[in-house]
Write a protein of this length. Sequence first.
Length: 537
Amino acid sequence: MQTKWWHNKVVYQIYPKSFNDTTGDGIGDIKGIIEKLEYLCFLGIDIIWLSPVYESPMKDNGYDIANYQKIDPSFGTMADMEQLIYEAKKHDISIVMDLVINHTSDQHPWFIKAKKNKRNKYRDYYIWRDEATDIGSVFGGSAWEFDETTDQYYFHLFTKEQPDLNWQNKKMRHDMYDMINWWFDKGIRGFRLDVIDLIGKDIDNNITANGPRLHPLIKEMSNATFQKHDAFTVGETWGASVDEAALYSNPSQQELSMIFQFEHITLNWHPEFNKFKTTPLNRLALKNILYKWQTEIHPNAWNSLFFNNHDLGRVTSRWGNDGIYNEQCAKAFATVLHMMKGTPFVYQGEEIAMTNVKYQHIDDYNDIEIHNRYHEYVIERQVMGQKEFMQQVYLNGRDNARTPMQWDKSINGGFSIGSPWLRPNSNYLFINVDDNLKQKNSVFYHYQKLIQLRKSDNYGNTLTYGSFIPKTTEYDNLFLFERHYEEKRIIVAVNLGEQSVSFNWENSIDEILINTGQIDYFKTVTLNAYDALVFAY
Ligand code: GLC
């Protein structure tokens, strides 16, 4: 396999609005990120994926962009952004931005002009039809909005304030490529491409994801931008299969570095109500999906590895046990993730095992998806009760990931001295960075160790390039696998459940790399609730 500069890197995702507020306005800012670079460096990460900081009316917290070349004043200035790129580089950290190009905000000058009349050059930058079809928006309701001025409908797969761009328009595409290259010239190293599997849509045939024009479009974009800059790119592709992943990420395709696939994330979602009606996690199904992606992906393609992001409930609350086992559970999930082959992503707060939040009232929530779906399912269609809906919000609502970062025990968890845009989780009193840094066995130091192993002279290549070999076991909860590269072999054994599990180990052991449960590893190895053991032999 051709090696790439990013192959052994670890990515840290920052949701700027909730990370660190230096002005006291209750909203995190770019200066706040600069202030924490030392901390991120200590954790050991190499790349920051920054959720959108562009000018935006914030209907979808920045995923509705009004100007791709300006920083939203709530986050700071372009000078702050330039300073962040510069300071991060000094710490050997690369900045990767979020590229939201399936749609813009309805406040983007292109859309404002497009809406004026039918005959201006920006009209065709968006998608207009005389009649609406029955395609639905991802956030509920129809994907079509009627525009009275010009007597046509425009298409929006997300909120009506996020009109979809027409990727068939060559002029628009080239404007986008210029913008992307402009950011490269500023020194960023790559992009996370928001819902990129939607840009090849063929709506007249009801095709939104994985449309017929998708790969040619990504190739064109990549050749005009990413390939020239040896960029790190990761595409958000909700429905991608293992074979599709190779189309995107096999270097010979000249498209992207990797994709985020969501087969593991959606495995317990309902076919119609998705994250708002879920079943308890089936560990065996999770294991099968993770192993499938490890073993069946094309040898030249590349996986991303993640359990958390800004759209998901926190993993220990969603799939594990965020009560008495919160820390042990966070370490267990992290061990499985970081010992697999691919690029690990850490979402802010994951490294200290931040949990979901339970606000009592729907009005305490900010997320537009939660509000739209509440309106649709509970009020309009009455397909679920309020209690039932809130239970699912407590598990899977997007605001769970967006509560302010918990730095210390001071007011608002040290996030802001003002009034935070989203109420902090009150458990900051005992889950925070400060305490983690003081305790030798904390979740933070566990993450630090996992990251160091990926970079170590001894095991770096094994973890980065080693083959992945599943080991059979009768226990659904036991995630047991081997990584193998040249003469090095590592065994990973993690109990992702509460019942004890065991396996036999007759061979000798060279070195214990991780042992979260003080496990005795002579002949029969027993792992109690959420224990993790990693050793070389
Ligand atoms: C992606 C983002 C999500 C956003 C949506 C629309 O799924 O991760 O936060 O709401 O795209 O841009």
